[in-house]
Design a binder for this molecule. Structure first.
Ligand code: SAH
Length: 237
């Protein structure tokens, strides 16, 4: 069995019971360095295999090969493994292989981050990654523009990295063309980890905010409100 497990944002404390059971049932756990370190102390009897960032294909192929030999194996992602995670790559790489795959859902940053901000995704929302490592920036711009025009709440993943420090500013610039600068916005850093911080702000201030790779950003719709410092998008009840 090859489990593809989403751990939630914070490691063991944000894992579902199903995710913990999948790891307990595995002889080998494979993942990115940082995530393996987050769980190491809880799975001392397991073989752990980690690779640095960008080692995704190699890591997944290794897991597939071991699972094909009959060893229960888990590949871990933060949040949900189907959302900018390893689940799709595992399916692609094992298309011609003889391995049984089970994806175990995890709590994605949009959901755990929303809970810290209040209730920002109480109505329709779009999730867009600002990373142009695997997606052309023109396509990202188009999605931002259309989601902004559609007046949906927009959740931004990968708002910045060392090389892309001004992407959040660029994204806000595009969104501002269709949204009021006073639109209620928020961002959450280090969900479930040391340094966790949730900030409710507006689109104007968000433009000048420093995001990093552990930040998830929320841009409200025209109905999103700030209620006693919380970001709330009414369902309309
Ligand atoms: N599979 C993950 C997303 C991976 S993409 C999930 O479902 O959550 C990486 C992006 O996710 C980060 O740039 C950030 O925007 C968001 N993210 C992941 N973990 C986070 C955390 N602990 N705190 C805040 N944002 C996080």
């Amino acid at each position: 069995m090859l489990y593809v497990v989403g751990m939630g944002a914070g490691g063991i404390s944000t894992m579902t019971r199903e995710a913990v059971s999948a790891l307990e049932d595995s002889a080998l756990i494979v993942g990115y360095d940082l995530y393996i370190e987050m769980i190491r102390e809880y799975f001392k009897d397991k073989e752990l295999y980690s690779t640095p960032m960008r080692g995704e294909r190699e890591r997944c192929l290794y897991a597939i090969e071991r699972a094909e030999k009959g060893e229960n194996t888990a590949v871990i992602s933060s949040g949900d493994s189907g959302i900018y995670g390893m689940a799709s790559l595992i399916y692609e790489l094992s298309a011609d292989r003889d391995v049984e795959i089970r994806v175990v859902a995890g709590m994605t940053a949009a959901v755990s981050g929303a809970a810290l901000l209040g209730a920002p995704i109480g109505h329709d929302f779009a999730v867009i990654s600002l990373s142009d490592m695997l997606t052309p920036f023109e396509l990202i711009e188009k999605r931002l523009r259309l989601a902004a025009q559609a007046d949906m709440v927009i959740v931004l993943y990968n708002p910045a990295s060392r090389k892309r420090h001004d992407y959040l500013k660029k994204a806000c610039g595009i969104i501002k063309q269709a949204r009021d600068i006073n639109t209620v916005c928020g961002y959450v850093k280090n969900i479930g980890r040391e340094g966790e911080r949730a900030v409710v702000t507006d689109l104007d201030a968000l433009t000048h905010t420093d995001a990093d790779m552990f930040t998830t950003v929320f841009i409200g719709s025209s109905t999103t409100k700030n209620i006693k410092g919380k970001m709330v998008t009414p369902r309309g009840y």
